[in-house]
Structure formats: structure tokens, C-alpha cells
Design a protein around this ligand. Structure first.
Ligand code: GRF
Length: 196
């Protein structure tokens, strides 16, 4: 199965996904695409020998449907079976999510359904939560909703700053996403629950 990975920045999750598909695996990376031309993940993907593409959202000046049509054109040229959002920071409309319905995954840095949207770590600390984590889910038209494939949990420590918690969660993202993708690509829908 071919996997297209969408990023906007450093692509640390993308790197772990690509590394996990080297060797015996039901999937292989066919594209790494970024909406940011200067995304560090693009260089990393090229170094790993994965085809890359840039579709900058700015020339489309808020015309989401034109931007998404271009995304779909570039992505579908590689005919992926699965699309993985990995630190992709653009909101996608139901046109895009519908086009990849049932075969698009996302990793979100909270224990969904808590803390959809942004600033998840600051919100969990602010709420006085004692644990946080990350979720891999199928992407549907609703933001950060959709069937959950797996979660990983970490403790929130008393002196945690959002950055300290983000780093702890990111380490678990790098464990969870590759395992969730492997199961999804193999047609295995048993839910993953990882403890630190
Ligand atoms: C991180 O905050 C991660 O929690 C979220 O996207 C951000 C960047 O991830 N998934 P990456 O390093 O670009 O994969």
C-alpha cells in the first residue's frame, strides 16, 4: 500500500513513519508533501529517498477549494492508498476529507475527545489534568474527530510547562503513529493503547 504523508514543519512524525516502513511492512511511502516550502521535513524526506512536493497555500489566497484541488491533483498523481497528516497545519474542508474518506489518518497531541484544536498542552495543564497524550484517528469532516485507532498516555508533572509536556507527548507520538499505521495498512482495526 502506498502512503502519502502531509507535513507543514519539521516532520519528526513523518521521519518515524518513513523509517517504520523500511523492511517488512504492508505499506511504503510514495510522497511527502508540505504546504510550506521551507519545511525542514522536505529535506529530511528527500534524504530518505522519498519523493517530495510543495503545494504552497498562500498563492490561493484563502480560496480553500482551489488549494485543495491542487493538493488532490499532486497527491493523486502518486496514487496513494493511505494519506497520513503529520503536523499538517491547514484546516481541510469536507471536499478534501470526503475524497480520502476511510483512508486518511491524523495524529493529534491530546487524548481525544479532550482538547480538539490548538494549544492542547497548555489547556491540559491549565485544567489541572494529571495525564496527557496523543491520538491517531481517521480523519472525517469534523476537526479532530473520527474513529480513534490508538492513543498513548503520559503523566503531567507538577512543574510542567507546555513545552516540557509537548516534548514528552511527541516522544509517544513517534511510538504510536508507526504502530497505528502498520495496523491500519494491514486491515487490523484493534485499538492501540500505549502507556509510557
Ligand atoms: C507537533 O506538535 C505534534 O504534536 C503535532 O504536529 C506538531 C509537529 O509535528 N502532530 P512534526 O514534528 O512536524 O511531526
Amino acid at each position: 500500500k502506498g502512503v502519502a504523508i502531509l507535513i507543514s514543519g519539521g516532520g519528526s512524525n513523518m521521519v518515524k513513519l518513513v523509517e517504520s516502513m523500511q523492511g517488512d511492512h504492508p505499506a511504503r511511502p510514495v510522497l511527502v508533501l508540505s504546504n510550506q516550502a521551507d519545511a525542514g521535513g522536505i529535506r529530511k524526506a528527500a534524504e530518505m529517498g522519498v519523493p517530495t512536493a510543495i503545494v504552497d497555500h498562500r498563492p490561493f489566497k484563502g480560496d480553500r477549494s482551489a488549494f485543495e484541488a491542487e493538493l488532490i491533483r499532486v497527491i493523486d498523481a502518486t496514487a496513494p492508498d493511505i494519506v497520513c497528516l503529520a503536523g499538517f497545519m491547514r484546516i481541510l474542508t469536507e471536499t478534501f476529507t470526503g475524497h480520502y474518506a476511510g483512508r486518511m489518518l491524523n495524529i493529534h497531541p491530546s487524548l481525544l475527545p479532550k482538547y480538539r484544536g490548538l494549544h492542547t498542552h497548555a489547556r491540559a495543564i491549565e485544567a489541572g489534568d494529571t495525564e496527557a497524550g496523543c491520538t491517531v484517528h481517521e480523519v472525517t469532516a469534523e476537526l479532530d474527530d473520527g474513529p480513534i485507532l490508538g492513543q498513548a498516555r503520559v503523566p503531567i508533572l507538577p512543574e510542567d510547562t507546555p513545552d516540557a509536556l509537548a516534548a514528552r507527548v511527541l516522544t509517544q507520538e513517534h511510538r504510536l503513529y508507526p504502530q497505528a499505521l502498520r495496523r491500519f495498512a494491514a486491515g487490523d482495526r484493534t485499538r492501540l493503547d500505549l502507556a509510557p
